[in-house]
Ligand binder design. Structure first.
Ligand SMILES: [Zn+2]
Length: 155
């Protein structure tokens, strides 16, 4: 076992699970992430945000999409804690969050956090999108800015 202090080593997954950019339909996403940009598909016909694997626009029926840079901010739409022990694939041995982020640009994107944590963020928490590096490939990840609690519990 090695320690995870090396910044080039992802905290969550083994490098072998890195996406292969050659011929991957998500290549624009990974190419953008390498530049620190969040590049996602929009409909060419009506400019509405499309899901990553969406082939046809729900609104106008267009089959054409354009990948464009979008804002690196959003909010937590939903979140859950994954309990998964899978030696050789998953590095962490503690539960980790999976967060469905509603982005300011209208997309929804599922990601984990930039830094290891065993706490799921709360719905409505603010998210700044950053990137993890997995096997040399940059992939979007969330930095959670916790919303203020309704009842402050300061000591
Ligand atoms: Zn459309």
């Amino acid at each position: 076992m090695t320690t995870d202090t090396d910044a080039s080593t992802d905290w969550l997954l083994d490098d072998g699970l890195a996406p292969q950019s050659d011929g991957d339909p998500m290549a624009p996403l990974y190419d953008g992430a390498a530049r620190g940009e969040l590049v996602l598909p929009f409909c060419i016909g009506c400019d509405c945000p499309l899901d990553l694997e969406q082939q046809v626009c729900d609104r106008c029926g267009s089959f054409e999409k354009a990948w464009r840079s979008t804002e690196l901010v959003g909010t937590v739409h939903s979140s859950t804690l994954m309990h998964r022990l899978e030696t050789g694939l998953v590095r962490t041995t503690t539960p980790y969050p999976i967060v469905d982020v509603e982005l300011a640009g209208g997309h929804r994107l599922i990601m984990t956090t930039i830094d290891p944590t065993s706490t799921a963020p709360r719905i409505g928490d603010a998210v700044i999108v950053g990137f993890r590096t997995l096997g040399g490939v940059s992939i979007p990840a969330a930095r959670i800015i916790a919303a203020p609690l309704d009842t402050e519990a300061r000591s």
